[in-house]
Design a protein around this ligand. Structure first.
Ligand code: PFF
Length: 448
């Protein structure tokens, strides 16, 4: 009745859609500045450790739950646990999706402006614009970034409304490889800049003295954010994966693609950061301040700029769609609202919160809670609190409560996965992941 979903047409299609959700601004915009803020290589190491040791088990859990239930995140728990507090896991999911999409739209709006700027020759070779003031003039402007955010959210809403699967599956298959090739080209150019070695060293040589407990929490939050885990997005997408696909191999491929793109983005950015004397801890502006310099130093710089920001926007779109889909699927399947109405309502709500995030770089700059701006609050609460808490709950649920035989059926696919790995997985889900995440969370909140 309300189940209008189909399934992914092929394994590659499923991987492209899942990787489309995972690979996004998190990899190319956020990862480099988190590395820059948290001691370079040390952050990278901790990040990779979390991705493999905790990200992979939680991702597998989401996949197993989602494919087993064949429903959205809220509906999954509602069906599995109609009478217990687990039902309310869905509330956390909706909150996290709304918060992430709000500030995500801000940055995606910035990338759209930079697409526009590249078309209008704002930073191709031989122009003498000051990239710093160009960036700060733009983000503090009360109208322009809001305009682009609305455009981006409208695009997201439009695609979700039009029916995601065919659209996503079709064009992520094209966009993802293109983005990959482009980042490799940019990385090569960045590495051949004068002074590039400093950047490579910064990215790969760990300085543990600069890594704080906040940094460790950020690495965990970043791993969750980048893999799109801990909040039911992958659970929802997994309900579209066919029963005969190998979930373990899909998750390994998604994780490899995601980590590779993040590291490649670092390789494209840090050499340029050092070559052009930009502070590695410039925060959210890092990509927008650095890469235009690289474009200016390249033949056909304008063309590269257009391509890069267009693809970055596409990468952001394939992620924002997956976030909006979580909220829309909730309204459609649980509240029985039409897809059109659900999409309009969700898009409008998220856009309103999003505009507050966007304005917190300009007119609402003075509004602070603690030492965080509105944008900072949305980012901190969702990435560093809600996603880890979601991760703990999913690990505990699958490790302790979910029927072991069902888990086995979903993950082994007729015995393809060795039992030894399954035991290890359950051990990690039961003890390692929840404890680990909890300790880091409490520690960085100052409670431990
Ligand atoms: N993983 C996306 C990125 O790295 O940009 C962002 C994201 C999408 C986070 C979907 C969470 C999510 F559920």
């Amino acid at each position: 009745m309300h189940n209008t979903r189909d399934s992914f047409g092929s394994k590659f299609g499923a991987i492209a859609a899942l990787a489309g959700s995972a690979v996004g601004l998190g990899n190319i915009w956020k990862f480099p500045y988190e590395v820059g803020n948290n001691g370079g290589g040390a952050f990278l190491l901790v990040y990779i450790f979390f991705t493999v040791a905790i990200g992979l088990p939680v991702m597998l859990s989401e996949f197993a739950l989602g494919r087993y239930s064949g429903r959205n995140a809220f509906g999954t728990f509602d069906r599995l646990e109609p009478k217990t507090a687990w039902r309310y896991f869905g509330v956390l999911v909706l909150l996290a999706a709304t918060m992430i999409l709000s500030f995500y739209g801000t940055i995606a709006g910035w990338t759209l402006e930079y697409v526009f700027k590249s078309f209008t020759f704002s930073f191709h070779a031989n122009t003498n614009v000051n990239l710093n003031s160009m960036f700060s003039d733009f983000i503090t402007n009360p109208y322009k970034p809001v305009f682009w955010q609305i455009v981006f959210m409208a695009l997201t809403g439009f695609i979700v409304l039009a029916g995601v699967k065919k659209g996503i599956e079709r064009y992520t298959k094209l966009m993802m490889p293109l983005l990959f090739v482009l980042i490799v080209i940019l990385g090569i150019r960045a590495c051949t800049l004068d002074g590039a070695m400093e950047g490579i060293k910064f990215l790969f040589l760990p300085k543990f003295s600069e890594l704080t407990s906040q940094g460790v929490l950020s690495a965990l939050g970043q791993a969750f954010f980048s893999l799109s885990i801990g909040m039911g997005v992958l659970l929802t997408y997994a309900s579209y994966i066919k029963k005969d696909e190998n979930l373990t191999s899909i998750s390994l491929q998604v994780i490899c693609a995601d980590t590779l793109i993040a590291v490649l983005a670092g390789i494209a950015i840090f050499p340029a950061v050092f070559a052009f004397n930009i502070a590695p801890d410039s925060g959210p502006g890092l990509v927008f301040l650095t890469l235009p310099q690289v474009f200016q130093s390249m033949a056909f710089g304008q063309l590269w700029a257009i391509l890069f920001f267009l693809l970055l926007t596409m990468a952001a779109l394939t992620s924002s769609i997956s976030l909006l889909e979580v909220i829309v699927a909730f309204f459609v399947e649980e509240k029985h609202i039409s897809r059109r109405k659900a999409t309009v309502i969700s898009t409008v709500i998220v856009t309103i919160f999003g505009i507050l995030c966007t304005l917190s770089f300009g007119p609402l700059k003075e509004v602070h809670i603690g030492n965080l701006s509105i944008f900072g609050i949305f980012d901190y609460i969702s990435s560093n609190i809600l996603l880890p808490v979601g991760g703990i709950l999913i690990s505990i649920y699958v490790g302790w409560r979910f029927d072991r035989r069902l888990l086995e059926t979903e993950l082994t696919n007729n015995g393809e996965l060795k039992l030894g790995l399954l035991k290890l997985l359950i051990f990690v889900l039961k003890y390692v992941a929840p404890l680990f995440i909890l300790v880091i969370l409490l520690h960085s909140l100052g409670l431990f």
